[in-house]
Design a protein around this ligand. Sequence first.
Ligand code: FES
Ligand code: FES
Length: 159
Amino acid sequence: MATTRQLNVNGRTYNVDAESDASLLMVLRDHLDLTGSKYGCGEGQCGACTVLIDGKSRRSCITHVGDVAQKKITTIEGLAQGDRLHPVQQAFLDEGAMQCAYCTSGMIMTAVSLLNTRRDSSAAEIARAMEGNICRCGTQPRIVSAIQRAAKAMNESRS
Ligand code: FES
Ligand code: FES
């Protein structure tokens, strides 16, 4: 039975009527109209639906909404600060790290999660960390370059 539960998404509190085992992805897209997170495989295999839960990347298609009621959820729509893009978003634009862009929001969210913990990874390490996110258009080399560019920008802004 659907019950009303509170979700904290991108710093706002939403009341949502949903079953506890409803997928977070569907709630984000269908109830909250946050359609930046994409439905790809629906089975946790492609990464298109990736969001941050308490700062760590999670597949929203296999995350039950009942398990995230007390958590801080961030979607691609919550990354920019006003008109200023997150450094990872800016780097993806600067490197042209997208073609059809279906994978892009998931790639960016995984990259943000990675850079939240580590900003000195080699290209090979970044490629490995991004392996769970699938790009059918073959933009992985540019994605890795974008993540390196973002890491540099984030390190410089800290110094
Ligand atoms: S749609 Fe969630 S991992 Fe593919
Ligand atoms: S840019 Fe098309 S799937 Fe990645």
